[in-house]
Design a protein around this ligand. Structure first.
Ligand code: ADP
Ligand code: MG
Length: 346
């Protein structure tokens, strides 16, 4: 597989403080790679370094095999073959949808007629053909975002960089746009780097993803790997709604206050004290009156549409997040059985 983006030991400081401390990763050609992390962790700075809007203090960047930044090299943004989609739409307000998409083509020297044909194809890709004559002000947020995507395609971008493009949209539109983005990504054939603070969105979109914190990557993997086998407490607590508890690990079993349950670990995990991630779907809530392995009292309840999610204080001391398809109330007594857990390495 050829490489779309290659970032080697990249770093960028502002006023002596690293915004991006030290990041290395590669994105395969045509891959959709998502970086997720809390606000301020350095995501936008990293994207701007790749786009050429910032100069790195350390490291180097290659796009489709060509070195674009690093010691002695700084290829300007317009020569990097990248398209950039921001949270705000950055369309030209005085131009129609059609002219917005045609602009990079005609600016690149294409004839008006040829550009018009190409624009039709790109508007087709994002399902915006019917609205080609409208101005941006007469479009919804989602429609504007689709025009911005079509313009990226028209510009011939082989690499598309997206900085929280769905953050301004209302939640129900976001779901629709996620599906459209996946469709767009596949039909564009571009290498896509997508950043977001929303872990749910990251998992829904990514071929592979990175969890970022404090200017560094904590872990890189498929969404399933990161969700099921987080490499650290930080990742385990950032992704999903699981609980990290102190256990004693031995031979594929974990012991929590005398209660033993199956636990998966990296190979070679030694016997001894460890921390385990227990997710709500790994916990069975037993019928009232049943003899459970563990018992506790419900401390808090959130209704999540068809599912009740509760914070459970175990009599043994630890706290777990549990989910149930029947109502739970603060103060309820619950008996539970832990079906599976993941032992955090290290
Ligand atoms: P994110 O996109 O993950 O929210 P940013 O990359 O925007 O994070 O910012 C990372 C850190 O760098 C933050 O502490 C931010 O305040 C700082 N920073 C970003 N851009 C600049 C800038 N142009 N000048 C000074 N500090 C900046
Ligand atoms: Mg940002």
């Amino acid at each position: 597989m050829t490489t779309g983006i290659e970032v080697r030991h990249i770093g960028k400081d502002y006023a002596g403080k690293p915004a991006v401390a030290e990041v290395s990763f590669t994105v395969a050609d045509r891959e959709l790679f998502v970086i997720v992390g809390e606000s301020g962790c350095g995501k936008s700075t990293l994207l701007r370094l790749i786009a050429g809007l910032e100069t790195p203090d350390r490291g180097e960047i290659l796009l489709h095999g060509a070195r674009v930044a690093g010691q002695g090299t700084m290829v300007p943004p317009e020569q990097r073959g990248t398209g950039f989609v921001f949270q705000s739409y950055a369309l030209w307000p005085h131009m129609t949808v059609r002219d917005n998409v045609a602009f990079p083509l005609e600016a690149g020297g294409m004839s008006h007629k040829q550009a018009a044909r190409s624009v039709e194809a790109h508007l087709e890709t994002v399902s915006m053909k019917e609205l080609a004559a409208r101005k941006p002000e007469a479009l919804s947020g989602g429609q504007r975002q689709r025009v911005a995507l079509a313009r990226c395609l028209a510009g011939g971008a082989r690499t598309i960089l997206m900085d929280e493009p769905l953050a301004n949209l209302d939640p129900h539109l976001r779901g629709t746009m996620e599906r459209e983005l996946l469709h767009f990504h596949r039909s564009s054939g571009a290498t896509t780097l997508y950043i977001t603070h929303d872990q749910r969105e990251a998992m829904a979109l990514a071929d592979r993803m990175a969890v970022m914190k404090g200017g560094r990557f904590l872990q890189v993997g498929t969404p399933q790997e990161i969700y099921e086998r987080p490499g650290s407490v930080e990742v385990a607590e950032f992704i999903g709604h699981g609980s990290v508890v102190e256990v004693y690990y031995r031979d594929g079993m974990a012991d929590l206050s005398g209660c033993r349950f199956a636990a998966t670990a990296v190979s070679g995990q030694p016997e001894g004290a460890a921390r385990a991630l227990v997710r709500p779907e790994g916990i069975e809530i037993l019928d009232a009156g049943a003899e459970g392995q563990l018992a506790g009292t419900v401390r808090s309840v959130l209704y999540r549409g068809g599912i009740w999610e509760a914070g459970l204080d175990l009599d043994a001391g630890a706290s777990l997040t549990v989910a149930h398809d029947a109502p739970m109330r603060v103060g309820d007594r619950l008996a539970i059985r832990i079906k599976r857990a993941w032992v955090l390495p290290g």
